[in-house]
Design a protein around this ligand. Sequence first.
Ligand code: CU
Length: 100
Amino acid sequence: MRTMLALALLVFAIPAFAANHAVQIKGMKFSPAKIRVAVGDTVTFTNADPMAHTATALDGSFDTGQLAKGKSAKVKISAAGAHAFKCAIHASMKGTVTAK
Ligand SMILES: [Cu+2]
């Protein structure tokens, strides 16, 4: 019973420590292109360009899917390490989310 309570408290405690990080997509670039987060944090990608973009992790850990102009998507970073990502439509657009 005590273990259950401790687990329940832990589950409720985690969101309080998870931070959200914002990345703008503008001018065919991610801004900032390199961000540092903690495991469990979220990253919101917002597309300010007139054309669609994605933010797709090369290791498959996250993918926003296609974001039309003005759209945003929030992804959760669940694994530690450096997650390189790119736009699946425009290969020159790159960035890295480093989580620890
Ligand atoms: Cu793109």
